[in-house]
Design a protein around this ligand. Sequence first.
Ligand SMILES: Cc1ncc(COP(=O)(O)O)c(C=O)c1O
Length: 432
Amino acid sequence: MIYQKNIERIEELVENQNEWRSSTINLIASENVMSKRARRLMGSDFCHRYAEGHPGERYYQGTEIIDEIESRVKQHLKSLLDCEHLEVRPVSGTVANDTVFSRYIRPGDIVMVNSTSGGGHISHHRHGSVGKYSSNIINFPLMPDGYHIDVKETINILERVPVKVLIMGKSLYLFPDPVKELAPLCRDKGIALIYDAAHVLGLIAGKRFPDPLKEGADVVIASTHKTFFGSQRGIIYSNMKDTDWIKIDKGAFPGSSSNHHLDTLVSLAMTTFEFIVFGEAYADQVVRNAKTLAGALEKRGFTVEGKEFGYTQSHQVALNVKDLGGGDEAARVLKDNNIICNMNLLPFDPLSKATNPSGVRIGVQEMTRVGMEEKEMETIAELMKRCLLDGKYVGEDVRDFRKNYQIIWYSFDDDFIALEKSKQLSCTHGKV
Ligand SMILES: Cc1ncc(COP(=O)(O)O)c(C=O)c1O
């Protein structure tokens, strides 16, 4: 067959990816792994189907079953996140962002965001989603450490400048943004406070990171696959009035999507139940692991950002690798040793350094999900030291180490349930 070689090659590449990535230490801060049960639900007949509109009010026939599933996902996510309104149709965090930004930002509006080197996401900027609606974008002023918004100076600016929208939440996100400090002034001045929880949704749901809705944000956007360990999608949630929520609803459909990838929605149902039961134990371990890894790296001679504030309160650790050839070089050396992370601008890096910034960003959520705890963080720090600081090859050591971490914890997978029973782990914190 004329395409035989191509077909075989694609199949082989997918096999290679499965084998390789399950034998690496994956520290990409925006990724995670789904449980086997959640993954098995993908690729069902739903991957062929359409369901525009809301359950019970579709524009297609044959949607009764997805209607029930979608209603259940929404109901349980709403109770997990303790909110009145929740939108599950955006197919990613960026689409969720665009849905909300399109409803709040008008041409010429002044929008205040976290700068790119201060951790803001590209969709908050001129070349991303916000820039489609207004080019009047200003940055939050930062404290000298670069990881905290200067609240006093922000209030100063908001008193003088007619800002319409604040966007908080970041991609490089070590410490919480000051939502509760700024929400009262936003309310007084009619400034919309949008919170992008793409990275920290799992920590918020697991009660290990401040809850932006409780702190006064008008609306929260998130990805469902970073610290929240589901399929790749986006959500929007809020306690706003029904009459205001309609704008978001219309923004999701028909504004930014028609069909919404039903098989990934189905697997999100499984993740939601896993989160209700295991979320708090997982989030607690994630934050403990991040703090432990940061300390273990510093002890071995790395420069770890945020030291004076305890390094991190999230799943992330930021390393300053300026003296190791920069973020591009350091991330490449790590990858060649089967340790995967990404280069990252650090606060105050000029944008011209985007292709070789001063930092690398590390996230521990995926390795936590495969059962790693504090002692494993020490091992990871040691492996990173041996390859980055001592110049040794540790790729085979990484593979050997990772062999022992193939069960997906905090899940309803049979192998995890068996492990939980045999070791009398107590990951269960709630009920579905
Ligand atoms: C703060 C922030 N918002 C939005 C996104 C976009 O999310 P997604 O990749 O789901 O489109 C990201 C991605 O990493 C992010 O860091």
